[in-house]
Ligand binder design. Structure first.
Ligand SMILES: Nc1ncnc2c1ncn2[C@@H]1O[C@H](COP(=O)(O)OP(=O)(O)OP(=O)(O)O)[C@@H](O)[C@H]1O
Length: 276
């Protein structure tokens, strides 16, 4: 592969949350969506965030991506603290440094696949790096589809176009919100292979929220939320490992038994987990 990361990039933190609290509402209706979350995402690593419904997964991702604000604590992309940014600076940061892959693909229906892939670069007023565009398009196997509109593509092909759109901008980090939630198992596998390859071959940092243990098993690291807190973390787990933790988290009687181990707790404090 021609595209390699700068030396030492693995040691860098692409995004981080430090003691993040997110509260919705007030008084009797207050919801503590995030109750003190600290975590760092290393450059070039693929992380999956899991947890029961309502545990705070989407809230955490939205705060990290600057799509929502925190009530307390700080979030950063690289060394840029998002808390202090105004609307314009936030928009620019999201455009320049963050890629998104959504469950619903979010392609513009009137544009071709190629136009969709290059649209963010056009909006940012940047020239598209054609060599990198070609590398991404060929790696994702969508060259034959570049002139097609989204309605002429399968769900899996649309999500591959969305992955290409995210990758072509070479963002610091790609956030995927249930990126395989609308796909059958074969297309899910293709998209997950692409996200895996993006980290392995392009040193891209990827963070996804998923409910699917099989999807999580593609990640280097799986972080489990419950009641707005990080309660477990697994490194390179199998789908069965992930399923087992989720089964226990879904069973409130088991939740206490899943309190962080000393290793997990250390991982939370550093936000880095094992193997630093
Ligand atoms: N805009 C909002 N206003 C009020 N409460 C909210 C809002 N957004 C989220 N919440 C609440 O915050 C908590 C965490 O929600 P969040 O969507 O982050 O959970 P999740 O783990 O992503 O859930 P799911 O797996 O069902 O998508 C939930 O109790 C939810 O009802």
């Amino acid at each position: 592969m021609t595209q390699t990361a700068p030396a030492g990039k693995h040691a860098m933190i692409a995004a981080s949350a430090d003691n993040v609290v997110k509260t919705y509402g007030s008084g009797d209706t207050v919801v503590h969506a995030l109750a003190g979350v600290s975590i760092g995402f290393r450059s070039g690593e693929f992380t999956a965030i899991m947890g029961p419904s309502g545990s705070g997964k989407s809230t955490l991702m939205h705060c990290l991506a600057g799509l929502d604000t925190v009530t307390d604590g700080t979030v950063a992309i690289g060394d840029v603290n998002l808390n202090g940014l105004g609307d314009k600076e936030m928009t620019k940061l999201r455009r320049d440094r963050i890629g998104f892959v959504f469950q619903a693909f979010n392609l513009v229906p009137t544009l071709t696949a190629e136009e969709n892939i290059t649209l963010p670069q056009g909006i940012a007023g940047r020239d598209v790096d054609r060599e990198w565009f070609d590398t991404v398009v060929d790696r994702l196997g969508i060259r034959q589809r570049l002139t097609h509109r989204p309605s002429e593509l399968s769900g899996g092909q649309q999500q591959r176009v969305a992955c290409a759109r995210a990758l072509v901008g070479r963002p610091d980090i790609i956030f995927g919100d249930e990126p395989t939630g609308n796909l059958d198992s074969r297309s899910s596998g293709e998209v997950l292979d692409i996200l895996r390859a993006a980290t392995d071959e392009f040193n891209q940092t990827v963070v996804i929220v998923t409910h699917d243990p099989r999807a999580a098993s593609y990640a280097d690291r799986v972080v489990f939320l419950a009641d707005g807190k990080i309660v477990r973390e697994l490194q390179r787990p199998t789908a069965d490992d992930v399923f087992e933790v989720m089964r226990n988290l879904d069973d409130p009687a088991q939740t206490d038994a899943q309190a962080p181990t000393p290793t997990d707790t250390a991982a939370q404090q550093t936000g880095l987990g094992e193997g630093n």
